[in-house]
Design a binder for this molecule. Structure first.
Ligand SMILES: O=C(O)Cc1cc(O)ccc1O
Ligand SMILES: [Fe+2]
Length: 426
């Protein structure tokens, strides 16, 4: 049996039980075995064909069957809303969050750090970090507010989703579409990482323009799981994030009961080491958009609701060039995380599991030590190796949560203190 289907956004047909998937129609009068047909829409019914994303699910019970949701009181650092206080235009940076209490699963282990827009606007993005040490057992989560891009930093995740089972390790990413229920197992007993929650247009591969037909993240390297289900008549808690808050209800079976599905709205995983990195072979550091893995467009052409960008291992060969990121002020807002290794613009203080925020127009770039090193380096071909940083760049300025504001490093501005003054000719 195929475990994963290759390709981004393909139309997949998959059944975990032979004969479960209807042939030639979506909604037969009586689906096989008494299964229930359900359409899951990721775009409006009327979205243009090349953007239209939906799948048909054939399940043991309809997902409509559940009692009312009530407010979920756990996961106190997950989706608390952002601070309303006027936000000082400071650069912010954080170390990794503390280890969670024993018995903390992925959902209770989520900490929202940054968010923008209201999820009800169907625009914006939130950045969460997670630290967990327990499997989700007899409870599932779904996010009505957006698709979830998982960026593991330590420890593997097994995402048991309604549409299949995804194993994802640090160095890989995985996406769970809006509304798809899942539970997470931790094969290594503990896991840490980041989640970008995209409230806006679905992540897609960026146009390649003059790069041509190949390069960056190639579609064939995305993997969508085959249908998988569990038939468990036990109490299951269903936690749902909706309109910025967490809700819970209980049903008497596992909702991961989709026996077959077809369509082009589905979870996937991608190994970041497959990214075909393109950069200068002459001079100057291109804009980091050259490292875009995925983009969620806004309504303004070329201005992303969210870009997921990586800084992977690569050769640096530019001549007469300051090779690390230059100093800059950006109308877009930049949240950065580090999966492993070191980032070439920051000698200290930015560690794996940490996070930084350079909001719109915040002056940033290399710290003094990195600037000094790169300004005096002998410019031979040099391999940046053993590192993977990423950025979630957005046109909507981020607002930190109160927890994030209270836990930010106190001395981040010192990264840019003490640059020598330029000496003009007398
Ligand atoms: O700020 C950063 O470190 C990310 C970044 C890298 C780069 O090479 C150019 C611009 C940019 O925002
Ligand atoms: Fe930047």
């Amino acid at each position: 049996m195929t475990d994963y289907f290759p390709g981004f956004g393909n139309h997949v047909s998959t059944e975990a039980v032979a004969g479960a998937l209807p042939v030639g129609r979506n909604s037969p009068q009586r689906p096989a075995f008494g299964l229930y047909a359900e359409q899951l829409s990721g775009t409006a019914f009327t979205a243009p064909r090349d953007e239209n994303r939906r799948s048909w699910l054939y399940r043991m019970r309809p997902s409509a069957e559940h009692p009312p949701f009530t407010r979920y009181e756990g996961a106190v650092r997950f989706a608390p809303g952002t601070s309303d206080a006027p936000l000082a235009p400071n650069r912010l940076r954080w170390g990794p969050i503390a280890d969670p209490a024993p018995g903390t699963d992925l959902i209770d282990g989520m900490t929202t750090m940054l968010a923008n827009r209201d999820p009800a606007d169907l625009e914006g993005v939130a950045v969460h970090v997670y630290a967990a040490n327990a499997d989700m057992d007899r409870r599932v989560f779904s996010d009505a507010d957006g698709e979830l891009l998982f960026i593991p930093q330590a420890g593997r995740l097994t995402l048991l989703t309604e549409m299949g089972r995804i194993d994802v390790a640090p160095g890989q990413i995985a996406l769970v579409p809006r509304g798809v229920r899942f539970r997470a197992l931790l094969p290594d007993g503990a896991a840490r990482g980041y989640v970008a929650e995209n409230h806006g247009a679905l992540f897609r591969l960026p146009d390649l323009g003059p790069i041509g037909a190949n390069g960056l993240a190639n579609p064939r390297d995305f993997e969508t799981p085959a249908a998988w289900f569990e038939d468990r008549d036990e109490q299951f808690e269903v936690i749902q994030k909706s309109l910025g808050a967490l809700w819970t209800t209980t049903i008497d079976h596992s909702p991961l009961d989709v026996v077959a599905w077809h369509g082009n709205l589905a979870p996937w995983r991608y190994d970041l080491s497959r990214f075909n990195t393109i950069n200068t072979v002459s001079f100057d550091h291109p804009d980091p958009s050259i490292f875009t893995v995925l983009t969620s467009p806004s309504d303004v052409p070329g201005r992303a609701n969210a870009d997921f960008v990586i800084f992977p291992p690569r050769w640096m060969v530019a001549e007469d060039t300051f090779r690390p990121p230059w100093f800059h002020r950006n109308v877009m807002s930049e949240a950065m995380g580090l999966i492993h290794g070191a980032y070439d613009a920051k000698a200290d203080g930015f560690v794996p599991g940490g996070l930084s925020l350079h909001n719109l127009m915040a002056g940033h770039g290399p710290d003094v030590a990195s600037w000094d090193g790169a300004s005096n380096a002998e410019l031979r071909p040099h391999k940046i190796d053993g590192t993977m940083a990423f950025m979630v760049e957005t046109c909507w300025p981020y607002r930190p949560t109160t927890y994030a504001l209270e836990t930010a490093q106190q001395d981040y501005d010192a990264a840019w203190a003490g640059f020598p003054k330029a000496k003009l000719p007398e």
